[in-house]
Design a binder for this molecule. Structure first.
Ligand code: T3D
Length: 258
């Protein structure tokens, strides 16, 4: 049978595609474990500079496959700790930028996955639904952490309680995505954006992500200390010397070395 996650690599960009299109890429355990494994492998490969997560067909990810729940031998808590939580933690701790390329509907844990990327690029027809309350569950996979930080407590509660669909214009306005691209050119536009990112200094971006993730749960004092520590690591790296030299020589910096 077809792989539940397909992988391609082009110009330093590893694209991981959720591949259960007849179910809007609803997630079963095989898909979740494969996605987490693929992310970890991408992290370990030096030539991979940016990771894109997207969906095959008309959906991004419809969340937990509801056909896969009854009769399973794990509690909900065990299941989240086994599948979704390692996935979200892996995205957040990955040493490379992760792009959630939201090509279509993102629902439930799929909405969490759409929010968890460092950068969120949406197709015009994409949408996000915190659908959990429709089946009387609690938003999981990080939705309760990501969404209120983006839209505030009250709007997050409203979107979760009423399971209202957020369309791309509103997602852009609310800060749920950075860019919206036309459906027709979405894949090419995402690749071009990712390649732009791949040309940036990889070590500096790794440390920037680390600093931002740290500061999300730190005090200002702690963030200042963390910046001072990470700046030493950045400043000691060849990328920094290249950036300064290129500036003085009035040429573009070359941050990709093979
Ligand atoms: O550990 C745990 O288990 C707890 C973890 C929970 C995490 C969660 O994600 S809970 C939330 C689970 N997801 C949902 O409840 C979403 C259910 N789906 C929908 O509400 C709708 O499908 C959408 C709003 C996402 C899209 O609607 P629409 O009208 O564009 O498409 P559709 O016709 O409903 O779906 C197309 C097909 O995909 C359809 O199959 P069919 O009829 O053509 O054979 C539909 O059944 C299937 N599908 C969609 N979502 C799921 C799914 N099949 C299984 N599981 C799904 N989640």
């Amino acid at each position: 049978s077809e792989a539940v996650i397909t992988e391609t690599t082009q110009a330093g960009v590893r694209t991981l595609t959720l591949n259960r299109p007849d179910r809007l890429n609803a997630a079963n355990d095989a898909l979740l474990l494969a996605l987490t494994g693929a992310l970890r492998r991408a992290d370990a490969e030096e030539s991979v500079r940016v990771v894109v997560i997207t969906g095959a067909g008309r959906g991004f990810c419809a969340g937990q496959d509801l056909g896969d729940v009854s009769g399973r031998d794990m509690t909900f808590t065990e299941h989240l700790n086994h599948t979704y939580n390692p996935l979200i933690r892996t995205i957040r701790s990955l040493n490379k930028p992760v792009i959630s390329a939201v090509n279509g509907v993102a629902a439930g844990a799929g909405a969490s996955l759409a929010l968890a990327g460092d950068l969120r690029l949406w197709a015009q027809s994409a949408s996000l639904i915190e659908v959990f309350s429709n089946i009387a569950l609690v938003p999981d996979s990080g939705s309760t952490w990501f969404l209120p930080r983006l839209v505030g407590y009250h709007r997050a509660f409203e979107l979760m309680a009423l399971a209202e669909r957020v369309r791309s214009e509103d997602a852009l306005r609310l800060g749920l995505c950075e860019q919206v691209f036309p459906d027709e050119t979405f894949a090419q536009d995402v690749q071009a954006y990712a390649e732009r990112l791949a040309a940036r200094p990889a070590n500096a971006l790794k440390l920037t992500k680390q600093a931002l993730v740290f500061a999300q749960t730190s005090t200002l004092d702690e963030a200042l200390d963390q910046e001072a520590a990470l700046q030493q690591i950045a400043g000691d790296h060849w990328e920094h010397e290249e950036g300064v030299t290129a500036f003085k020589e009035k040429r573009p910096a070359q941050f990709v070395r093979d």
